[in-house]
Design a protein around this ligand. Structure first.
Ligand code: ACO
Length: 147
């Protein structure tokens, strides 16, 4: 619980445009899962996502690394671990509404603006965000993401 609270605070600080109550609601919503990258016992970044198991995809709601730890590879490590975990959960794709200034990061993690999943597989499941760009990543079953 302490880790989730720290992670929620990182999201709130790094994603100032997101209403704080909304971040709290999703991070503590049992339908959402969070992956935290820790230094010792203290999270320095994380990803909160909602798996849609029947649709075989996950929606990344929040992704952030604390300010003084950014651009050191932590964001890539987080995403690789998320992909590796997703493979064991039968999730084949991730979708996210990327903030415009984070599009470069998501592109480097294999996300594209073109959505390959059939629309009926995801439309109506994920929340639309104005000002964000919908991006998709295919999780390849034969790539060892964390090797
Ligand atoms: N724009 C363009 N490129 C970027 C950005 C960015 N905002 N951030 C990182 N990169 C690049 C890095 O230069 C690096 O490139 P390289 O592999 O050629 O060296 C690559 O992406 C990976 O960088 P990492 O060091 O692994 O990423 P980092 O630990 O900095 O984490 C993150 C990236 C999560 C975006 C972090 O910078 C952050 O928390 N930013 C503020 C919050 C934010 O914008 N989150 C995303 C919002 S959208 C959403 O949550 C759905």
């Amino acid at each position: 619980m302490e880790m989730l609270i720290t992670l929620k605070n990182i999201f709130a600080k790094q994603l100032p445009k997101m209403p704080k109550e909304y971040i709290v609601r999703l991070v503590f919503d049992p339908r959402h899962k969070s992956l935290a990258l820790c230094k010792g016992d203290v999270p320095i970044g994380g990803i909160c996502y909602r798996p849609f198991y029947d649709q075989q995809f996950g929606e990344i709601a929040f992704c952030a690394v604390t300010a003084n730890e950014q651009v050191q590879g932590h964001g890539t490590r987080l995403m690789n671990h998320l992909k590796q975990y997703a493979l064991g959960e039968n999730i084949t794709h991730f979708l996210t509404y990327a903030d415009n200034f984070a599009i470069g990061y998501f592109k480097k993690q294999g996300f594209t603006k073109s959505i390959s999943m059939p629309r009926e597989r995801w439309h109506g499941y994920i929340k639309h965000y104005d000002g964000g760009t919908l991006m998709e990543c295919y999780v390849h079953p034969s790539i060892p993401y964390t090797r």
